[in-house]
Design a protein around this ligand. Structure first.
Ligand code: BG6
Ligand code: MG
Length: 210
């Protein structure tokens, strides 16, 4: 590992909450009679809750007020948060767990860099709330990915410069944020084939040889 620090996105990298986001948005879209599929959902990866809602509403046949939109976002989040409460340590794969453990053993500093306001709850549910040296999440964030803010905060909290850190992301917006911040970037899942990513991962443990 040529990096002193690794900043991991949470949803879709550390755990598969990206699927739970999809199911919750799908439930809202179905209730509103708005077409929604996994391809549209892919555009929401890394993007804040309200920006994600705007993507969903692109296919609506009418405009909605700010108050209505806030109610929709709250409705989606209630469905999503309910599904998070079913999560446990079993929702972290051996590959993810071993990768984090190996990095720590090697003295590499690790952080979470997530747009999610639910990140603290998720980390607690999956038993990783004590694992990371720093957490930078959607709480208190002014701009969401593709803005670089979330990763800059994570690097700062690790006491490292962007050039010393690798960002691992499943979102195109997250790779863009990493590039904008001057970080090396590794794409996994939906971002594995993104040409802006410096590295393409099949599984998280592939970063151990970078
Ligand atoms: C990101 C997800 O991690 O968090 C996005 O990739 C999501 O899909 C965003 O919209 C915000 O999440 P939350 O939990 O604050 O609604
Ligand atoms: Mg993600």
């Amino acid at each position: 590992m040529n990096y002193k620090g690794v900043i991991f996105d949470l949803d879709g990298v550390i755990c598969f909450t990206d699927e739970l986001h999809y199911l919750a948005w799908k439930a809202l879209a179905d209730r509103l009679n708005i077409y929604f599929d996994r391809e549209i959902n892919n555009r929401m990866r890394g993007v804040s809750r309200m920006d994600s809602l705007d993507i969903l509403l692109e296919r609506a046949d009418r405009e909605y007020s700010v108050v209505e939109k806030e109610a929709f976002a709250a409705e989606k989040n209630a469905i999503y948060a309910d599904s998070l409460r079913q999560m446990s340590e079993k929702d972290v794969s051996d590959d993810v767990r071993n990768t984090l453990k190996t990095l720590k053993e090697r003295g590499v500093r690790i952080a979470v860099g997530s747009s999610s306001k639910n990140a603290p709850l998720i980390l607690e549910r999956i038993g990783l709330d004590e694992m990371f040296d720093a957490v930078s999440d959607g709480n208190g964030l002014e701009k969401s990915k593709p803005d670089l803010e979330v990763f800059l905060k994570a690097a700062e909290r690790l006491g490292l410069s962007p050039a010393e850190c690798l960002v691992v992301e499943d979102a195109l917006s997250g790779i863009d944020a990493g590039v904008a911040g001057g970080f090396a970037t590794a794409g996994i899942g939906a971002a594995a084939s993104y040409d802006k990513a410096d590295y393409k991962l099949e599984k998280l443990s592939d970063i151990l040889s970078l």
